[in-house]
Design a protein around this ligand. Sequence first.
Ligand SMILES: [Ca+2]
Length: 268
Amino acid sequence: MNKTYSAPIKYLVPGLFILIALGGISLVVAGTLDNPNPPGTSDLFSLEEIYQFIYNVDKQIRQGATSHTFLPENGPSPTMHTTTDIYNLLQRLPATGCESSYIAGDDGNLRRGATKRYRNELDGTILDQNTGLLWVQNGDMIGTLYPNFDQDGVSLDGNVSWPHALAFVEKMNDGTVVNYGYKDWRLPNVMELISLVDYGRYKPAANPVFTSIGDEYWTSTSHPNYAESSYSYTVVMKEGLINKRAKTNYYAKVIAVRNITPIGETNY
Ligand SMILES: [Ca+2]
C-alpha cells in the first residue's frame, strides 16, 4: 500500500522514526508498517496494530486522502482483533464507486466492498490492486495508434469484430504492435472487464487514470446458449452494462489485460 499513496515526509526515511519529545529530541530507530526493516531483522507488530493499519488506511483512502498515517487512530480496542478479523478486512470484491444515495440501504449509502486502487505504472500500463490485473492504459489502441488495422464496419474508428479483437491482442504478443514489454496480453473475460467499471462515473464509467475509453468493449467470454457460440459478451464502458453481440457482425473496442505476479511476490 505504501507504493500507492505517498507517505508523510516523516515516514520517507526507511526504518527511521524521528520522535520529537517534550524537553528534547530522542531518536528511535525502528521499522514501521509503512517502512518495515529489511528481511532478517526483527520487526514485530501485534495483530491489533496490523488490523488498525488496514482499517485506518482503507478508511482514510475512502475519505479521499492522498496520503495515510501509520499510527492507529484509536489505539487497541478493548477486545483486540483476531486473524479472522484481519482476513475479513481484506475484501477482494471492489466497491462499485457509486456515491449517489437516494435511500438508506442503497449502494451509495452503504458503499460496501474494497476501495478501488489503481497504480499508474508510467509505462503505458495500469495495475488494479484489487484484482491484481494489469491493464493497458490506452482504452483505444487501435483507434489512436493503429487505425489502419480497423477495416470493420466504419473503418478506422477502433471498433472491430470479435475475431479481429483477438487478432489484435495476438499482434501485441508477437511484437508487431506496441506491447509495453509483455507478451502475455489477452482479451479480458466479462468478470474482469466489469471490474473496471466505476459506477460513480458516466461516459465513461471508468477511472480517469485510463485514457481514450470508448463506449463498448469485447470480452473473451462467449454466450453459452447460442448455436456455434456466435455471440460474445461486451461491456458498455459508457455506463457499465453487459450486452451479447454477434461476434462477426458487431464492432467494438479492445482493451488488453494480463495477470501479474500475485500480491506478496516479487512484483510488489
Ligand atoms: Ca471499425
